[in-house]
Design a protein around this ligand. Structure first.
Ligand code: ADP
Ligand code: MG
Length: 347
């Protein structure tokens, strides 16, 4: 029997839909022989059924570790310490803390309730089996009494793969990166999850395929009424897909808000800097032009190397002495928006 928590005591209670997943003060540390790496340091987020939350931040800010912590999908050798809560509302309306579950209890949530799409689809597909065999295998684990071949073909069609009757016999290496990503999505959908975590699903794809994939994710999310956590380092992508955004910096959430509010009226200097590093086009004499990202000056701190006060202060144009003196807490407004900056009202 799974332990359930009857009531979620959160500041947005009373809204018509309760959260599907709520992270509370999630902290994840890797214990390595050299040091303790604090990858996620007190993250709280709440996602409602059918809603898409984007999690945005530079590389190394703790986005993937946040997502992996929910289902404890770490590599076997990793020594990981997790604390906090990941409150999941099941189909009966009961609330279960995923972080309190045993490994065998948690397994029933992986894939079936919460699906994962990763950046590198190659790594998740088995090179020696056809994609049809791999989709059928997923279908048979999760729903045994349907004709799995027909369903597999339908799933490939749903994710926009042309000629699915033929493609189903292809091996992963015979497909492009974009197609492999679609196959991964088809496998994830085979389990009919209520929540999809897409971790930089388009980063490895070229720009046109990326746009197609974003459209597809949006369509599928709407059609299946799935909730989604869409992880990206590219804030420019989020307005296409998300309802809400959480910005992460050095293991912490520094700002949350609706896509509209956050992209039109960003409060945190880091969010502003991310919005300013939209890609620009470079023209070269001897070849095709290319798009580059103007980065934010300086580098994010390494874990263990964070300043006493605001973690972004060393890179912030607006920093004052008071920013460095004490840890900055997240200021929460109306339960839906928040910012971790002492000076945002003055900026
Ligand atoms: P992001 O997805 O935002 O690029 P990650 O969540 O992957 O960043 O990583 C956050 C931090 O945790 C980084 O400093 C990274 O080096 C560290 N980290 C991630 N995985 C491991 C691991 N297996 N062992 C030790 N440190 C790790
Ligand atoms: Mg990542």
């Amino acid at each position: 029997m799974l332990k359930t928590i009857d009531r979620i005591n959160n500041p947005t209670q009373g809204c018509d839909t309760e959260p599907l997943l709520e992270l509370r003060d999630l902290r994840t540390q890797f214990i390595t022989p050299q040091s303790v790496v604090s990858a996620v340091d007190g993250v709280s987020l709440s996602i409602r059924p059918g809603q898409t939350m984007a999690l945005v931040g530079e590389s190394g800010s703790g986005k993937s570790v946040t997502a992996l912590s929910i289902l404890r999908l770490f590599n076997r050798g990793d020594k990981v310490k997790i604390s906090g809560q990941a409150l999941w509302r099941n189909r009966q309306g009961e609330v279960i803390d995923l972080l309190a579950l045993q490994e065998n209890e948690l397994r029933t949530f992986r894939g079936r309730e919460i699906g994962f799409v990763f950046q590198d689809p190659g790594a998740s597909l088995n090179p020696v089996f056809t994609i049809g065999a791999q989709i059928r295998e997923t279908l048979e684990i999760h729903q045994s009494n349907e004709d799995s071949s027909l369903l597999a073909i339908q799933l490939l069609r749903d994710v926009g793969i042309a000629d699915p009757d033929r493609r189903i016999n292809a091996f992963p290496h015979q497909l492009s990166g974009g197609m492999r990503q679609r196959v991964m999505l088809a496998m994830t959908l085979a389990c009919q999850p209520r929540f999809l975590i897409a971790d930089e699903p388009t980063t490895a794809l070229d720009v046109t395929i990326q746009a197609q994939m974003m459209r597809l994710l949006s369509e599928i999310q709407e059609k299946h009424n799935m909730a989604m956590l869409f992880i990206t380092h590219d804030l420019a992508l989020v307005s296409q897909i998300a309802d809400r955004v959480a910005v992460m910096y050095a293991g912490q959430v520094v700002e949350t808000g609706s896509v509209h509010e956050l992209t039109n009226r960003p409060k945190h200097p880091y969010t502003k800097a991310l919005l300013d590093c939209r890609p620009i086009r470079l023209y070269k004499d001897d070849g095709p032009d290319e798009r580059i990202l103007i980065p934010i000056k300086g580098r994010p701190p390494r874990s263990g190397d964070v300043s006493m006060g605001c973690r972004f202060a060393p890179r912030c144009n607006a920093q004052k002495d008071i920013c460095m003196q004490n840890p900055i807490s997240l200021e929460i407004f109306s339960g839906a928006e928040s910012v971790r900056c002492l000076r945002w009202r003055d900026l």
